[in-house]
Design a protein around this ligand. Structure first.
Ligand code: GLU
Length: 417
């Protein structure tokens, strides 16, 4: 029996695939070193767990408002205003969804259409390398993806000139993800303000319905040199910006599957309303008792947040130093999030000890898993142009694992012929 063309054309997520494979190998007793999953090794902070348990015991186990309960939306609106400086956010500008992925999914569904003809297809400008699911999700909604290729020399950041040259009347979305998965680099406030000026200008002229989607999931995992800044705080583009966030990475709550999207002003209300309609026709709402944990995480867990951030900062230094010392491995210093995206292209074309020809990152990662029991995500799905030269390693694991991983990678490289 046939499946839909939509689903037949969809590639599976390579991050999820590596994560599942590594977990399955571990469960079957294989001692695999997992650098695949972007998932903190910490436990959810106790106050958050206690709040959810108390909410269950208080029988907060019924449906809640489709966009999320009032207390949570009010808190998120306050934090977006006070901590992130985004103007014009109220409870009516927030929707809480099942994970940041669902927030992005609903956003794209609300912004793109399947066009009558190819020439009418609207574009999403995507600075790459970028996380593997942005492009497939936007494509599912009808977008054409236009990759803006960034380089290690430019810290994997798009410039105002590059952005200006790419915007045209078909551009609907420009996506930002700072700190970045997989590059772990960040835009400074002044860089984002300069990009916002280009967007505001284009919005007044050639692209009136241009929107910014800003995925700020790693907002709290930053290591000092650059402060996180929300592009939605630039007043001239606040009303065309959808800011996405969630507790998964910062508060070690990946399995809770919670995230949110927020807008500002009239457009913010209308897009959140559209997403609420989609949520009402899909999952109805998220579990209310889990939002008690989110409120506790956001208001009572700053000490735990800082402990985890400091640990990630130490790990960032360690992995940068160890990988940087390996022959033929070029790595940028991570300053936010918890990934490195080393360039291993010096080793492509070589053959592994087991006789595998390493033609790209996919073959490199597969051989590394088979021969050294080390799971990394191949770079291909992070950028069609330069991804094959890179692997992504998550350092959301302890220092002993980072040392062992660097050792195994060094041995693997040394044995290539
Ligand atoms: N976001 C994480 C990652 O990039 C988890 C897997 C996924 O959703 O892609 O590894």
């Amino acid at each position: 029996m046939r499946l839909s063309n939509r689903v037949l054309a969809l590639k599976p997520s390579s991050t999820v695939a590596v994560m599942n494979k590594a977990k399955a190998l571990k469960a079957s007793g294989v001692d695999v070193l997992n650098f695949g999953a972007g998932e903190p090794d910490f436990n959810t902070p106790e106050p958050a767990k206690r709040a959810a348990i108390a909410a269950i015991n208080a029988n907060n186990t019924k449906y809640i408002d489709t966009p999320g309960d009032l207390a949570s939306r009010e808190l998120l609106a306050k934090l977006l205003t006070e901590r992130s400086g985004v103007p014009g956010v109220t409870k009516d500008h927030i929707i809480i969804t099942a994970g940041v992925k669902m927030a992005l999914y609903l956003t794209f569904q609300a912004l793109f259409d399947e066009p009558a003809s190819e020439g009418e297809r609207r574009e999403m400008l995507l600075p790459v390398p970028s996380w593997v699911s942005f492009a497939p999700m936007a494509r599912l909604a009808g977008a054409k993806i236009v990759e803006l290729v960034t380089t290690p020399e430019a810290d994997f950041k798009v410039t105002p000139a590059q952005l200006k040259a790419a915007i045209n009347p078909r551009t609907r979305v420009i996506l930002f993800n700072s700190p970045s998965n997989p590059c772990s680099t960040m835009y400074t406030e002044s860089e984002l303000r300069a990009l916002a000026a280009v967007i505001a200008d284009a919005g007044k002229t050639i692209a009136p319905d241009l929107c910014v989607v800003s995925d700020e999931l790693y907002q709290n995992i930053v290591f000092g040199s650059v402060k996180h800044f929300s592009i939605g705080a630039c007043p001239e583009i606040a009303e065309r910006t959808i800011t996405i966030n969630g507790p998964g990475k910062s508060f070690a709550m990946t399995g809770w599957r919670l995230g949110w999207a927020s807008g500002s002003g009239d457009f913010g209300k209308s897009i959140v309303g559209a997403m609420t309609k989609l949520q009402g026709q899909s999952i109805t709402c998220v579990p209310g008792f889990s939002l008690a944990a989110v409120r506790a995480a956001l208001t009572e867990c700053s000490a735990e947040l800082e402990t985890m951030r400091a640990a990630f900062a130490k790990r960032a230094d360690l992995i940068f130093t160890l990988l940087g010392a390996l022959p033929g491995v070029k790595v940028a210093r991570p300053i936010g999030a918890f990934y490195v995206f080393p360039d291993i292209s010096a080793h492509l074309g070589k053959t592994s000890p087991a006789g595998k020809k390493l033609t790209g990152a996919a073959e490199f990662a597969a051989a590394l898993l088979d021969e050294k029991l080390m799971a990394v995500v191949p770079g291909e799905d992070f950028s069609s142009e330069i991804g094959h030269k890179h692997i992504r390693m998550s350092f959301a694991c302890d220092e002993a694992q980072i040392r062992e991983g660097a050792k195994r990678l060094g041995e693997f490289i040394a044995a290539l012929r």
